[in-house]
Design a protein around this ligand. Structure first.
Ligand code: PEP
Length: 251
């Protein structure tokens, strides 16, 4: 059975001190509130070690927002998958649209990052999603299929360790959410693309999260769809109460 997951993406927000405090608040809330999904926070690299110190990862998972596409060496400013793993983190977001758009990440770099993440026992949260023009010109299914296919060099065993996040770029940070039906249609499409390559069982077991202006007020409707297995949450992950409101949408 696939897992339901709510994962926060803090992006480039909070100081270390603010991040430790936010993680502590989420941790305390999870301890005192029943929840029916896995919960993860993905933080800036600088925050991973101190945040790992204040959370119990059996209750709240921890991840990075990126990792390098090389193992080690002369890549000034980069942080390797091995370094991320050595902080105690277990997840890494890969291929977020902001990385694709502002830092030129493409299928080749993402294949390398995914390989290195898996080699270091990190669970990739692999982001896909179309831009507004592709939504409007009707190519969105093909665009997302091609992004998912970047992973298709992986063995079935490796692919089964991936979490997919469908994030329509036009919905990220814009306040404009995909409708629950639009999300469901795309998630079902992604699951079919996976089934065509790896078979129905692996497709059925792959968690596919929705991301893009997901909030306490719309999470329940989105998560009620059969192929929506949770959310990747940006802005609303920066306030413990909002984030917990989304987590509680599974209750
Ligand atoms: C994101 O960046 O992954 C995201 C979904 O952002 P927001 O929730 O702010 O739209």
């Amino acid at each position: 059975m696939r897992k339901n997951i709510v994962a926060g993406n803090w992006k480039m927000n909070t100081t270390v001190q603010e991040g430790v405090s936010l993680a502590g608040e989420v941790m305390a809330a999870l301890k005192s509130t029943a929840h029916n999904c896995d919960v993860v926070i993905c933080t800036p690299f600088t925050h991973l070690v101190p945040v790992a110190g204040v959370i119990d990862q059996n209750i709240l998972g921890l991840g990075a927002e990126n990792c390098a596409d090389h193992t080690s060496g002369a890549y000034t400013g980069e942080v390797s998958a091995q370094m991320v793993a050595s902080t105690g983190a277990n997840y890494v977001i890969l291929g977020h649209s902001e990385r694709r758009q502002y830092y030129g990440e493409n299928n080749e770099t993402l294949k390398a990052k995914t390989r290195l993440a898996l080699d270091n026992n990190l669970t990739p949260i692999f982001c896909v999603g179309e831009v507004l023009e592709e939504r409007e010109n009707g190519t969105y299914n093909d665009v997302v299929k091609a992004q998912v296919e970047a992973l298709f060099d992986l063995s079935a065993d490796d692919f089964s360790k991936i979490v997919i996040a469908y994030e329509p770029v036009w919905a990220i940070g814009t306040g404009k959410t995909a409708t629950a039906d639009q999300a469901q249609d795309m998630h079902a499409h992604i699951r079919q693309v996976i089934a065509d390559k790896y078979g129905k069982e692996i497709a059925e077991n792959t968690s596919i999260l929705y991301g893009g202006s997901c909030k306490p007020g719309n999470a329940r409707e989105l998560f009620a769809k059969p192929d929506v297995d949770g959310g990747l949450i940006g802005g609303a992950a920066l306030k413990a109460a909002d984030f917990m409101g989304i987590v509680e949408a599974f209750n």
